[in-house]
Every structure is written in C-alpha cells, then in structure tokens.
Design a protein around this ligand. Sequence first.
Ligand SMILES: C[S@@+](CC[C@H](N)C(=O)[O-])C[C@H]1O[C@@H](n2cnc3c(N)ncnc32)[C@H](O)[C@@H]1O
Length: 219
Amino acid sequence: MSQVLRTQLEQGAQALKLELTSAQIDLLMSFMDLLQKWNKVYNLTSVRDPQEMLTHHLLDSLTAVPALLRHVDTLPVAEGGRLPLLDVGSGGGLPGVVFAICCPQIDVNCVDTVGKKAAFIQQVAASLRLPNLHGIHDRVENLKSRYPVISCRAFASLLDFTTWSRQALAEGGIWFAMKGKHPDEEIAALPADVQVFHVEPLRVPGLDAERCVIWLNLK
Ligand SMILES: C[S@@+](CC[C@H](N)C(=O)[O-])C[C@H]1O[C@@H](n2cnc3c(N)ncnc32)[C@H](O)[C@@H]1O
C-alpha cells in the first residue's frame, strides 16, 4: 500500500483522536495488504480499489473504535485478562481485525458461516502475530460461549442480529451494531425485551456518509 494511503490513515486516526502507535498503523496497513491479496482468491469483499478499501472499510471500522473503547473502559476486566468480544458475520475481518489491532485489551472472536473467511481471519492472526484475534467457522446461532460485547457491521437487520446472537450474549452484555442511516424501522421491529439504550452518530474521515452505532441490551 502506498505512502499516500498510509498518510491518509494516520490523518484519519488523528481526526478520530485515536492515539495509535506506528506499529498499529503498520499492522492496519498490513491487514489491508492481506485483504487485497487474498480477496482475489477468497472473494472476501466486493471493494477492490485500495483507496476505497481505506475509506469504506478501514477508516469506517476505525471510526467505531473510540465508542467501543469508552464502553470497554467502564467494564471490570480480570488482571492481565482481555475482554471477550464476538464480531458476527465478520467476513474479511471488518470491524473485527481493526478492533483487535487497535484494542489489545479486547479478545476479538470473528464468526462467519463461510469457512474461507474464518480461515482468512486465522491467517491474519498468525501473519500479524495478533494473539487477541480468532476466526470461528460457524453460524452465530450455534455458538455455546458467551460474550459481554457482540458487534456487527453490514450483517443483518437489528432483529435478526439480536435474535440469532442472543444465546451468545453474556448476562449484562451489550450489542454494538454499526449501521448507516439511523435505522428507525429496524428499531421499531425489535421485541419488547430488547432495548436500544443509545444511538451514537459517527463521522468517517474522508467519507461523506451517514453512520451510527446502535447500542442495545436485554431489559
Ligand atoms: C455482508 S457481509 C459483511 C462482512 C463484514 N462484516 C463487513 O462489514 O464487510 C455478511 C457476512 O455475514 C456472514 N453470515 C451470514 N449469516 C451468518 C450467520 N448466521 N452466522 C455467522 N455469519 C453469517 C456472511 O457469510 C458474510 O460474510
């Protein structure tokens, strides 16, 4: 990836007030390289242009990191332990890999029904030496473990997301759904015991588009 894209990434991180080390910027750039390389073989994302990959995938996912960190910082985590997070329908690792790189205090588990996508995540974890990143090949509905935070991006309606991942939500846990426009109709379709407790608008550096995070929990 070019120096121009790296500079754009650094400027984007600064605009988001994310204090990333140059090692983390290197890892994000290497992730983009791996995504570009293996996309040709595995068909991980329809986005192929490197510039578009930077703004629509990397910076878009990065925009959710400050919101996630604000929440995580309020939770008790065992000494030396990491907070488990499940990223549902992670595909080529968005936002899961970005979260794993930017938040070493989080243990990121990316689940996808497509075996080659889960295998790609395992490959990214090994290549980039990320001990806090794991690929799981399964349907989210089948998972037996429980997670205090469950995220998704471009996955499904809020109703399907919360219904399919409900058994994987730890007691007192939260869902973190990355969405485009405020999804009024999806919110209206939620069952009575699932509540939206916060909607956070996001601005992606270099992208003129509506984005938000929907925070949900069980009543
Ligand atoms: C549109 S892609 C989004 C990928 C990625 N989150 C992104 O933002 O680019 C949705 C992904 O969800 C996966 N998926 C669909 N149903 C699933 C299920 N029940 N459990 C786990 N993954 C699922 C698909 O295989 C696909 O990779």
